[in-house]
Design a protein around this ligand. Structure first.
Ligand SMILES: CCC/C=C/C(=O)SCCNC(=O)CCNC(=O)[C@H](O)C(C)(C)COP(=O)([O-])OP(=O)([O-])OC[C@H]1O[C@@H](n2cnc3c(N)ncnc32)[C@H](O)[C@@H]1OP(=O)([O-])[O-]
Length: 719
């Protein structure tokens, strides 16, 4: 849909109308084609302005309409008709001009942007490339290196940067449409020969081949198997080396391979999943649409270890006043310094003043008396946390939401220590808290929807992908990590090395394999959790019993490594060795290999050859199986919640859509068959026993992931 009016006598104004982001649906494209024709054939009209309603130019092609059968006028001829027009066409860019929206604007002869507008070609993040001429026009307009940067990363630029790059002709602080109309009046009747970007020669960088080779190498490395960034480089190369029409052909060819790919489906699924998790619901039926959050202007953080420091930084950067509490004076001083320097570095990067004065530090918990929300981040010790919560209940003003950042303890037990358990929720941040995008918001049976809504609203304000989850050991993310790491330890017992397991996972697309990741996070963390669960014993028991705990198979390998004081990067050795404590470059460790050999010999285990497929199936399917149990238990409301958690918090490759989406792509029947196979081979490993929800889904014909909720709902109603 597009509206047409004539303004200032001679300017045809076309307004895109498709709330909320004026996406280029079939109807909008038809509207543009029709209204452009009207404007161009009206002799009174001397120039044209294209804008979007409600302060946003255009969020790009309508992703919801992507599919094998697309209707409506195609984008490329529509944009060509605009570019070929004999009257100046000006794009008035407010809010966003993204993807097809920016490509439309690049077909216009001039672009005027509001100073707060954002522009970009984010198609790569959806598994696509700017295939409405964008990959061919942008390099012609701003040069190959800058176009490569924007197209391969999909990053959005501010209006100021767009002006500097030459994407827009003018930036205004005032009404953009008025400014564009004024501009359109000023250029009416002028020659457009120099304004049609497709006719520009592409600027030729020196050492073209070397440049593309270097960029391709970098992109392949960071893409971790994603196809779209590679295709983006190939498309820009076509712009730099071929005439426009041939370049456009290449763009089309490349897009054809991407458009129907599983990767594009996965990335578009994650785009919508990220938004769907905001529409949370609790088992009581209360949810995002029925619960009002409390305003949070001032928050407190209790405990300034690594997590507390990161949370303090994140809150201050969000614009809140923060009271940061640490009882140990030395730690308080250390934390203050660390928080200040992180804020200073961040502010320098963004060219703003560091928000240091938003934080007040104290050793006295009384200082939290007037805050709206508290985040407790003290040591993972139930006794200590209970004490803190009792103090908070006595000190805080009525209605203060009390959050715990625990990753392993029972949030409900903590809530029971306060006179107002309805105010208690979990806010489980991931380290470093000011960088990692994920936040698990954990509710217990007594948490009020208002407290959940308040934590979710704060998460949104902090720019986090916030997911509401129920209370259980490890919540969603860490609970699924248990079978994943357990399988990896078993694989070491059976003949694998950390290098083999990591290589398989990294080739799959994980940013880091499990063992490299554990070395980074610190092996002592998991050791402490296993000890508190009564699994890890201080010294290895002998014989068969060493590998059985609580009646099931157990691998003490990780505990034995920790007993050697090998906690990962921070101690200079873990699953790998490092040059010195704190170093990040992992090297194979002969000590570890001979340790594994001795371990196997001691336990009568014969190493066998293990391939990548077995590593992936055992580690990932065990994790996915736990994901189904989580859905069955109602801890996560739907597969999207789990997938967002894994993509944003656990380095799961985005182009594989998250573990549950991946399972649906592999085929649920195949996942079930492989789990049955491995469970038969390892009957003493309960995590490998296929969960009943998975069996039910397979029995009901393996519906696509967006229909799983129906099966889950039916299951819950039968319980
Ligand atoms: C084929 C030729 C090549 C061209 C390819 C393309 O253009 S590919 C496209 C390239 N473009 C992009 O990649 C841009 C993608 N969009 C964005 O980055 C952001 O939405 C935003 C910055 C435009 C607005 O941010 P914000 O925080 O203000 O708002 P929000 O993010 O919460 O969204 C509000 C609602 O709009 C929905 N929706 C949004 N965009 C689209 C769309 N294109 N389509 C359909 N729907 C879309 C979104 O799902 C949500 O729906 P819900 O959950 O309410 O039912």
């Amino acid at each position: 849909m597009a509206q047409y009016t004539r303004v200032s006598g001679i300017v045809g104004l076309i307004t895109l109308q498709n709330p909320p982001v004026n996406a280029l649906s079939a109807a909008v494209r038809q509207g543009i084609v029709d209204k452009v024709e009207t404007a161009l054939s009206d002799p009174k009209v001397k120039s044209v302005v294209i804008c979007g309603q409600n302060g946003i130019f255009c969020g790009g092609a309508d992703i919801k309409e992507f599919g094998p059968k697309m209707s409506g006028p195609p984008l490329i001829p529509m944009i060509h008709a605009i570019e070929a027009a004999n009257k100046p066409v000006v794009a008035a860019i407010e809010g966003s001009a993204l993807g097809g929206g920016l490509e439309l604007a690049l077909g216009c002869h001039y672009r005027i942007a509001h100073s707060k507008a954002r522009l970009g070609l984010p198609e790569v993040t959806l598994g696509l490339l700017p295939a409405a001429g964008g990959s061919q026009r942008l390099p012609r307009l701003i040069g190959v290196p800058a176009a490569l940067d924007l197209i391969t990363t999909g990053r959005h630029v501010t209006a100021a940067e767009a002006l500097q790059l030459g994407i827009v002709d003018q930036v205004t602080d005032n009404n953009t449409v008025d400014a564009a109309v004024k501009f359109a009046l000023s250029v009416a009747g002028q020659s457009l020969d120099a304004r049609r970007i497709s006719t520009y020669p592409c600027p030729q960088p020196s050492h073209l081949d070397a440049l593309f080779e270097e960029v391709m190498q970098k992109v392949r490395q960071s893409a971790r198997g994603a196809m779209a960034p590679v295709a983006c480089v190939q498309a820009v190369r076509a712009a730099a080396t071929l005439p426009y029409t041939q370049g456009l052909e290449r763009e089309k060819e490349l897009m054809a391979t991407l458009f129907t790919s599983g990767q594009a489906r996965a990335l578009q699924y994650i785009f919508f999943a990220q938004r769907a998790v905001g529409r949370w619901r609790m088992p009581s039926g209360a949810g995002w649409d029925t619960s009002k959050h409390r305003p949070v202007n001032k928050a407190a953080v209790i405990g300034l270890g690594t997590m507390g420091q990161g949370i303090t930084v994140a809150l201050a950067q969000t614009g809140l006043s923060v009271v940061a509490i640490e009882t140990q004076e030395k730690q308080l001083m250390k934390a203050k310094q660390a928080v200040s320097s992180t804020l200073e570095r961040g502010a320098k990067r963004r060219g703003v003043a560091p928000p240091l004065d938003r934080i007040s530090y104290s050793q006295n918990i009384q200082a939290v008396a007037d805050v709206d929300l508290v985040i407790e981040a003290v040591f993972e010790d139930m006794g200590l946390k209970m004490e803190v919560f009792q103090q908070l209940s006595a000190v805080c003003k009525p209605g203060t939401v009390l959050c715990t950042n625990t990753s392993a303890l029972d949030m409900d037990q903590l809530a029971s220590e306060t006179p107002n358990p309805e105010l208690v929720v979990g806010m489980h941040f991931f380290s470093p808290a000011h960088v990692m995008k994920l936040l698990e918001v954990v509710y217990g049976p007594r948490s009020s929807p208002q407290a959940v809504a308040t934590a979710m609203q704060l998460g949104k304000k902090m720019g986090k992908a916030s997911v509401v989850v129920g209370n259980c050991r490890g919540f969603v993310g860490n609970r699924m990590l248990m079978p994943y790491s357990e399988q990896a330890f078993f694989l070491l017992e059976e003949g694998a090395t950390p290098e083999l397991v990591d290589r398989a996972l990294e080739e799959f697309g994980f940013s880091m394999g499990l063992f490299r990741m554990s070395d980074l996070a610190g092996l002592d963390v998991g050791w402490r959790v296993r000890k508190s669960a009564g699994l890890a014993e201080p010294r290895e028991a002998s014989g068969q019993s060493a590998r059985i705990r609580k009646g099931y198979r157990y691998s003490p390998i990780a505990d034995l490594i920790c007993e050697q004081g090998r906690f990962g990067q921070k101690t200079g050795s873990g699953w790998y060795q490092y040059d010195k404590p704190g170093s990040r470059v992992a090297r194979s460790d002969p000590w570890l290999h001979s340790f594994l050999e001795q371990y196997r010999a001691r336990h009568g285990l014969v190493a066998r050859s293990i391939d990548h497929q077995e590593v992936l199936e055992r580690c990932l399917y065990a994790m996915i199986n736990e994901g189904f149990r989580i859905l069955e238990d109602g801890i996560a409301a739907g597969p999207e919640d789990i997938d967002v958690i894994y993509v944003f918090g656990y380095g799961w490759p985005r182009h594989r859509g998250g573990p549950m989406f991946y399972a649906s792509m592999v085929g649920l029947a195949k996942v079930l068959e492989r789990l049955e196979h491995y469970h038969q081979a390892h009957p003493d490993v309960p995590y490998l026993q296929p969960c009943s929800l998975l069996k039910r889904l397979v029995a009901s014909g393996s519906p696509p992931v967006h229909r799983w909720r129906e099966v889950i709902k039916k299951l819950h109603s039968q319980l």
